[in-house]
Design a protein around this ligand. Structure first.
Ligand code: NAP
Length: 529
């Protein structure tokens, strides 16, 4: 049986950096990846229009000055092909591939208490032993396939945005249906509408979307950032979401400003584009009255863009803006002015079933060549729980987390020694620029493993008290915001039967300080032996 110091699961941005760090520290380490290439999210999500919603100069590794100086991003927000090229460049430049085993899916990981090793099995029936197991499996990596009656009878093609085929998908002249109006759909719909014959969008909840205002990056802008890249990174790390220092950090309440000035500020930010919109005032995510003002502004924009008043009404979001992940788009609302696009509200016209040639709703029958599921992910816990992970006394992670994930700092969970999660539930992860959160976790885990070695110890796990206190704290912080007030995937509300628990931790800089304090206090809350 092969034996390693560390096995990393997943070769996205988390797994690649983890591999790089641990290999440099001299550990024997391999990375197992289910896909045939690196890139994680950006390997799987190849749907038309897939693009990052964090700006390119920020959504990139900061751990190598040479890398961040030499790589040239072409647009304000990078498209999926460019990010995937970057991931491949990193894998080649740092010679990572020799320690990544592709098309290798981990099915189970059981902790053997006597041997103090994790026993890991893959789909190839290989069994491997390792001291540390690091799940770098991503927060949005298990696709959500909701049940629809009759789906098996449908003779057309079905696609999921999160599992888009690698060969070109030709939708020319086709009748296409798309279910869902989250970030993926909102990016894909304008592209699909241009390509296909006719597009029907099935919407359950209208979403808030802000124009991304994507554009080519100017040499002036890039050179300006590169001249002081470390400073630029440091400022962003001080922001609540580890991004956007140039537009976040407002100190004024939306409620303390005259109507006209506030309107102008929203207008400026609508024109500027992107997440800057939510940075207009310091209480948009905290006070309902403030939030309503921003939400109303977007609703008015929707009415002014969409020509048909009935369609505009259906597209008008009615909940709290930013409570679900804010969507960024290019021509999303404009797309509904096309003759070949129709919007169906499944609240008033529920999908009854799939038929051999399409979808039957309560009041119509639709024929489709292709139906696209843009129905999202079993987020944050889905992939961790699909692996049969068993800790001390044979307890499964599923049993331990039956009422929701319990972690200390989103990094570890008690009863599962030497099992680390990168951007696990209970850490800022999806509420931040993911790459910056990933780097912080990778650096913390590397220091931790080195420290255990330095102490001539072999095991680490959090105490049950520390993780209970952490879970309560994560919830208490979330409860001070508007996040828990809508049915988002942050709460697991998109998956039937999933416990309703707010999973990510709000507030990156405080979180980092807390992680550093834990180390300064000799790994307070952990038992090392
Ligand atoms: P999502 O935000 O969860 O959206 C899924 C959509 O499918 C929602 O509109 C949902 O409606 C709908 N849906 C789910 N089940 C349904 C059912 N049974 N019947 C009808 N509609 C159903 O998923 P996503 O769009 O893939 O995005 C997930 C996350 O990935 C984003 O929030 C973002 O963090 C990330 N992402 C980022 C980018 C980017 O960087 N630009 C792009 C894509 C994704 P309800 O709202 O009613 O549940």
């Amino acid at each position: 049986m092969r034996e390693l110091d560390v096995l990393i699961v997943g070769a996205g941005f988390a797994g690649m950096y983890m591999l790089h760090r641990l290999r440099k520290e001299g550990f024997s380490v391999k990375c197992f990846e289910k896909g045939a290439g690196v890139g994680g999210t950006w390997y799987w999500n190849r749907y038309p229009g897939a693009r990052c919603d964090v700006e390119s100069m920020e959504y990139s590794y900061s751990w190598s000055e040479e890398l961040q100086q030499e790589w040239e991003w072409s647009e304000r927000y990078s498209g999926q092909p460019e990010i995937l090229r970057y991931a491949n460049h990193v894998a080649d430049r740092f010679d990572l591939r020799r320690d990544i085993e592709f098309e290798t899916e981990v099915l189970s990981a059981h902790f053997h208490a006597t041997a103090q090793r994790w026993i890991v099995k893959t789909r190839h029936s290989e069994t491997l032993k390792c001291q540390y197991l690091i799940m770098a499996t991503g927060c949005l990596s298990s696709t959500n396939h909701p049940h629809f009656d009759g789906l098996e009878d449908f003779n057309g093609r079905t696609l999921h945005t999160g599992e888009w085929p690698h060969n070109e998908v030709n939708l020319e002249n086709e009748k296409v249906g798309i279910i869902g109006t989250g970030s993926s759909a909102i990016q894909a719909i304008p592209h699909i509408a241009e390509e296909c014959g006719h597009l029907t969008v099935f919407q359950r909840t209208p979403n808030f979307s802000i124009p991304a205002r994507n554009q080519p990056l100017s040499a002036e802008e890039v050179n300006g950032i590169k001249a002081e890249y470390q400073e630029f990174r440091s400022l962003n790390r001080l922001m609540p979401a580890a991004l956007g220092a140039k537009f976040m950090g407002a100190t004024q309440s939306a409620l303390d400003v005259e109507d006209e000035r506030r309107r102008q500020e929203f207008e400026n930010r609508w024109e500027y584009g992107g997440f800057s919109f939510l940075g207009a005032y310091n209480d948009l995510g905290l006070k309902l009255e403030a939030n309503k003002l921003a939400a109303q502004f977007v609703r008015e924009k929707v009415s002014s863009i969409v020509c048909d008043p009935e369609t505009a009404k259906k597209l008008s979001p009615h909940n709290v803006i930013g409570c679900k992940r804010l969507c960024l788009d290019t021509n999303y609302y404009e797309t509904y002015n096309r003759d070949n696009v129709e919007l169906v509200d499944v609240n008033t016209s529920p999908i009854e079933r799939f038929t051999a040639d399409g979808i039957k709703t309560s009041d119509s029958v639709y024929q489709f060549d292709t139906v696209i599921f843009a129905t999202g992910f079993d987020a944050m816990t889905g992939t961790l729980l699909r692996v049969d992970i068993r800790g001390l006394n044979g307890q499964t992670l599923k049993e331990k987390w039956y009422a929701g994930p319990i972690t200390y700092l989103g990094l570890m969970t008690s009863g599962f020694p030497n099992l680390f999660m990168i951007s696990g539930p209970g850490s800022p992860s999806v509420l931040t620029n993911m790459i910056i959160s990933i780097e912080q976790h990778v650096d913390w885990i590397t220091d931790c493993i080195n420290s255990i070695k330095g102490k001539k110890a072999s095991l680490i796990e959090p105490t049950p008290d520390a993780e209970q206190e952490w879970v309560q704290y994560v919830n208490a912080v979330a409860d001070q915001t508007l996040y828990p007030t809508c049915n988002s995937w942050y709460l697991g509300a998109n998956i039937p039967g999933k416990p309703r628990v707010f999973m990510p931790h709000v507030g990156f800089p405080n979180y980092v300080a807390r992680c550093d304090d834990v180390v300064a206090n000799d790994y307070q809350g952990f038992v090392i032996q």
